[in-house]
Write a protein that binds this ligand. Structure first.
Ligand code: HEM
Length: 462
């Protein structure tokens, strides 16, 4: 039990009557949270129409919530309201014993041995995804990476080819994510069908149709390898199977959580490389040295140490998931402060990852900083792109392997030059997505040696 004696209420702005700090928070949550941290310190609270938000920025406090005392925290109302309508009771939203059972069921698909079998497909998909790229043309790299990661997750986890769905899923995702942004229309009663809410419902229906197709496909033709067949055949101790609704929710969760975040990590990395020629040159030199123009394989990944640091540094500056929320079940205490049961506790990667106490010259993109010694010197939760504790991202290894293989494949063939603005405007929702297309001009690298047209792959779906 945490000692709560003499604990104080944290400082914070008074805000307006009824709406509290919502108007300034909704305008730019990233800026607001950074400002609150600067003005009030590591523990600050502000009022929103739904209740108090407590923001933590000390890595030890964050570790307390996510790891040491995680049993006292649930995802809570703020999380369920945002994601419940799309993901139902899937792994990301589920709580308690039910979550534990589902996590246990899904975990085998993410075992390191299993993940390594996806490597070849990840490289093949990257090669084919870029065969249409022509020297000198301009592409929206965010849209390209979203289509590519959707294809990869579809093949790896569900054994289906989702290439034809990528535009529809991309558009629906855009609407769903926009619906999860904080806005003043949230104050209207839910029964009022605002145009935004109608668009949101239509987008959820589109995604449900894609999920229905995946489940139908696998019911007709189960395999030993895909997650849908695994979920469909799972039985609990009483011999009960999972309801169709639950299978849908898990597939929807893995489909969305499993591609949009990695697409963002890739987009941000290309964006940063385009502006840091020295880093790109060093990275390409490593790829030439280690791969000699061949497609990367699972065996190469461990040797690509600079690539690993580039991805790590990119997810520090631009964490695809910019913040996490939790709700304490019972009163708790962090440092000198009391955290009452039922409030929303928010922990922001984008604030902690740019804190000069941990990162020298925090806005600089410097993969070199990630020496082993540096990582060890950091407080554990000063870097948490995948969260931590029992609810740490289940797909972290999958995502890191995918990001490295996609980058190693594409960067050996192409240099991408930034055409759109070098100031990246981000939409703050559950993920941090670029507001506008990230347009880049494709340049074929001279002397690239491998012929992408040789790597034809059979479609996985019958
Ligand atoms: C760079 C890519 C990724 C990032 C930054 C990321 C980040 C995160 C974070 C921060 C959480 C914790 C959310 C919370 O507790 O509120 C999470 C959970 C989760 N992620 Fe990821 N993720 C990535 C890729 C993936 C992939 C590739 C998959 C699946 C193929 C995946 C599936 C999930 C699932 C199912 C959960 C919920 C786990 C649970 O609560 O048991 N993620 N992710």
């Amino acid at each position: 039990m945490t000692n709560r004696g003499n604990a104080r209420t944290p400082p914070g702005p008074n805000g307006l009557p009824v709406v509290g700090s919502l108007p300034t928070y909704a305008r730019d949550p990233f800026d607001f949270e950074r400002r609150m941290h600067r003005e009030y310190g590591d523990v600050v609270r502000w009022k929103l129409p739904g209740g108090w938000m407590y923001h933590l920025a000390d890595p030890d406090h964050i570790e307390h919530v996510l790891v040491q005392n995680n049993g006292n925290y649930v995802k809570g109302e703020a999380f369920q309201e945002t994601l419940g309508p799309v993901l139902g009771n899937g792994l990301l939203n589920a709580e308690g014993e039910f979550w534990r059972r589902q996590r246990h069921l899904v975990e085998p698909a993410f075992h390191p041995d299993r993940i390594s079998t996806y490597a070849e497909m990840m490289v093949d998909a990257s090669e084919r995804g870029t065969t249409g790229w022509r020297d000198g043309e301009t592409r929206d790299v965010h849209a390209e990476m979203t289509a590519l990661t959707l294809e990869i997750v579809g093949r790896a986890l569900f054994g289906v080819d989702l290439r034809d769905e990528s535009v529809r899923v991309g558009e629906a995702l855009e609407v769903v994510m926009a619906g999860s942004e904080f806005s003043l229309t949230d104050l209207l009663p839910e029964a009022i069908p605002t145009p935004g809410r109608r668009r949101f419902d239509a987008a959820v229906e589109t995604l449900e149709r894609v999920v229905a197709r995946i489940v139908r496909e696998r019911k007709r033709n189960p395999t030993d390898e895909d997650v849908v067949s695994m979920l469909l055949s799972a039985r609990d101790e009483a011999g009960e199977g999972m309801s169709d609704r639950q299978v849908y929710d898990e597939v929807m969760t893995l489909l969305l959580a499993g591609h949009e975040t990695t697409a963002l990590a890739l987009t941000f990395t290309f964006f940063l490389l385009a502006q840091h020629g020295d880093v790109e040159r060093k990275l390409v030199a490593e790829l030439e040295r280690e791969l000699g123009g061949d497609p990367p394989t699972m065996a190469d990944v461990g040797d690509l140490t600079y690539l690993e640091r580039v991805v790590q540094e990119s997810m520090r500056l631009y964490p695809p998931v910019p913040g996490i929320v939790r709700e304490p079940v019972e009163d708790d205490r962090v440092g000198d402060y009391r955290i009452p049961a039922g409030v929303t506790v928010s922990m922001s990667q984008h604030v902690v990852h740019r804190d000069p106490r941990w990162y020298d010259d925090p806005m600089a993109f410097r993969p070199e900083r990630w020496t082993d010694g540096f990582r060890e010197s950091l407080p554990r939760l000063a870097y948490f792109p995948f969260a931590a504790g029992p609810r740490r991202c289940i797909g972290d290894r999958f995502a890191l392997l995918e990001a490295r293989l996609v980058l190693a494949t594409i960067l050996q063939e192409y240099h991408l030059e930034l055409v759109s603005s070098p100031a990246l405007d981000l939409r703050p929702s559950i993920t941090a997505r670029p507001k506008n297309p990230v347009e880049m001009k494709v340049h074929e690298r001279e002397g690239s040696r491998w012929d992408v047209s040789q790597s034809e792959v059979e479609p996985a779906m019958d």
